[in-house]
Design a protein around this ligand. Structure first.
Ligand code: SF4
Ligand code: SF4
Length: 199
């Protein structure tokens, strides 16, 4: 119902000033929040030019020491999604003198990263401690087949883990990426015993 002293469709004078007050107050509240976040410490980094350190028990793409694998299948049996594929010509065992596996030939050790959920369960039963969760997270590929990583083929090139495409392409521009690429190509493990405290 409209007031008899006021034209239809117009607001009372009190409402007019109250709306202006509310608009100014909400503007000041918004600006105060903006200023507070503008000068607070940033919690994001400009990846890949900067990066955060991973937690010691971070579970990334696997690192595999084929020369210590005895093809016992314990990791494959522990995997909840059956994404580890192993094939060997005959049983293998660790030579106590060299610390390397001998006997049959390890024909295939592959992990399908379309299915892997990085649970780390495969690393726990390994009797020779030759499969580790690494510190790289950015595996990419152009085909589904390339998401199946053939670790025995990598081992023939001296690698323990696949070299991500983007690391290969950006090594020239970013120093830490270059050192990661060199580490991978040298077949050096990222996972060190000291990184993984017992729980
Ligand atoms: S991390 Fe988990 S899902 Fe991936 S291969 Fe190992 S056991 Fe299977
Ligand atoms: S549990 Fe270890 S030794 Fe056995 S097949 Fe798996 S990686 Fe090889």
């Amino acid at each position: 119902m409209t007031s008899p002293t006021r034209p239809a469709g117009t607001a009372p004078r009190n409402d007019y000033w109250r709306d202006i007050y509310r608009a100014i107050r909400s503007l000041i509240t918004g600006m105060r929040l903006t200023l507070r976040y503008m000068f607070s410490r940033s919690i994001t980094v400009h990846y890949p030019f900067e990066r955060l350190a991973f937690a010691p028990r971070y579970r990334g793409i696997h690192e595999f020491e084929a020369d210590k694998c005895i093809a016992c299948n314990m990791c494959a049996k522990a995997c909840p999604v059956d994404c580890i594929y192993i094939d060997a010509t005959a049983p293998r065992k660790i030579d106590q003198k060299t610390g390397k596996a001998s006997g049959g030939e390890l024909l295939r050790f592959a992990i399908d990263y379309q299915k892997c959920m990085f649970c780390g369960l495969c690393t726990e039963p390994c009797p020779t401690d030759c499969i580790h969760m690494g510190k790289l997270h950015d595996l990419s590929a152009y085909s589904r087949q390339d998401m199946v990583v053939e670790f025995t083929e990598l081992d023939r090139k001296g690698q323990r883990t696949p070299l991500p495409l983007w690391i290969d392409r950006n090594a020239g521009q970013i120093p830490w990426v270059a050192s990661e690429r060199d580490r991978i190509l040298r077949g050096e493990l990222a996972t060190k015993a000291a990184d993984t405290p017992a729980v």
